[in-house]
Design a protein around this ligand. Sequence first.
Ligand SMILES: Cc1cc2nc3c(=O)[nH]c(=O)nc-3n(C[C@H](O)[C@H](O)[C@H](O)COP(=O)(O)OP(=O)(O)OC[C@H]3O[C@@H](n4cnc5c(N)ncnc54)[C@H](O)[C@@H]3O)c2cc1C
Ligand code: FES
Ligand code: FES
Length: 481
Amino acid sequence: MVTFILNNEQVSTAKPTGSSLLDFIRYDMGLTGTKTGCREGDCGACTVLAGTLTGNTVIYRSAVSCLMPLGNAHGKHIVTIEGINTGHLSHIQQAMADQGAIQCGFCTPGVVMSLVAESTSYRKTTRDSAIASTGGNICRCTGYKSIERAAEAISAFLGDKEITDPVRWLIERKQLPEYFLAIPERLAIIQATEPPPEQAEHTKHGKHPEEHGMRLRIAGGTDLMVQKADALAESGIVTLSERKDLKGIKTEAGRCVIGASVTISEAGESETLNHYFPEISSCIRLIASEHVRNMATVAGNIVNASPIGDISIILLALNADVTIEGDLKTRILPLRDLFLGYKKLDLSPEEFIRSVSFEYNPASALFSFEKVSRRTHLDIASVNSAIQLRMAGDTIAECHLSAGGVGPVPLYMRQTSAFLTGRPVSAESLMLANEIMQEEASPISDARGSEGYKRLLLRQLLIAHFMKLFPDKIKPDIGQL
Ligand SMILES: Cc1cc2nc3c(=O)[nH]c(=O)nc-3n(C[C@H](O)[C@H](O)[C@H](O)COP(=O)(O)OP(=O)(O)OC[C@H]3O[C@@H](n4cnc5c(N)ncnc54)[C@H](O)[C@@H]3O)c2cc1C
Ligand code: FES
Ligand code: FES
């Protein structure tokens, strides 16, 4: 059984754990405020809050319920637009009305829930963060300016939000109903008494469910729920998303170790990761929307093996290793050796990724990530690329270059990286490196651009890395390239 709190009601269901939370909310529970739009995580009409008990508090994040498998809701507090009613309009709802941010109203519950998620966050809300929180909500009517004005008004109201206890602060101001106060205690009881559904299956059959060949491993669901929605609607899953042993980011023997089920949002907010790798927050803002980043995991991005997976491209340039666990042994593999061919990995069915690790010293390393997509935000790349350099004076002592969208897998550019190692930073080095890089790449023409366009982007991104990292050295010479 999947058991969770939906608004103010504890619910238990035996529906397939791979079916979508959205369908459960609308068709089983009759809560039709949450809308069905694209069913692919793009429009945000189905946005809800997913609250996870962490210590004694609940951390709420926005989530697209169309891509959340029901099994991932177990033990959580799921809040729909109906669950924030207090008998009067909240500041968010009033601001939306005042600013003319509602026309047909189809997107409105999703927009409101995104702003509620921002309000409940344990961080200061600014105008920019309030607007960014709605980045995954598409509105076909308003032209967005009125929604931005509403977000701006909310950020002013939240100016003195108590970031150590935002939920209580909001309740005291009658912005959330009082039942939220008892949620941590109620979730703790569920966690203590209701085993997650796949554990129940494990006990029933006496061995791991996947041995029955009937269940898929799923983490955030943002890839599988798009690719296999129909099959999953009828089946059970083995969820990895809340496994505590796959969570967390730590430093171990001089390496930064990221648990497989760390979400992209958690990675961006991690103090450890930001200390190690200060560029992480700006890189992550270019990936998907906040709703999707709140669900999508690091390992999911690697294992879906998309040739343009941003996390894979970043980790390749960080020269990361993956720790892979099987039934009998654990092995460590350089990430670049995991990708064997299009959607083909050196990972057997019984193996899974436990963690990813890399060594990075911001004092001696330089890093750059570049992504070109049709839109800056909420779009996958046409071509993306990352580079890590260690310098010895003016010479490149170590180079790790990666590129996506230019081959069947996220590419670690072995020959180009080897070529640049030992070379001075100059326009000539880049010109020669580009020739090698073009040999290593094999882009194809598709909806994201022609082969020629992608080759041009690849070259431009190499130049962009060096212009960013060595503005004095490369800019004057750029005409030679
Ligand atoms: C609207 C939208 C926008 C997106 N934008 C971007 C973008 O800009 N950039 C980008 O890179 N991606 C983007 N994506 C893709 C998304 O980031 C990835 O799909 C995500 O990281 C996958 O993680 P997940 O946990 O949701 O994967 P899931 O769907 O849960 O799983 C994906 C695959 O990984 C496997 N898996 C998961 N964890 C493990 C593990 N520990 N060990 C072994 N196998 C595992 C699953 O079995 C499955 O095969 C977007 C997706 C959506 C829906
Ligand atoms: S229905 Fe569009 S994001 Fe869920
Ligand atoms: S008001 Fe119609 S879609 Fe936003």
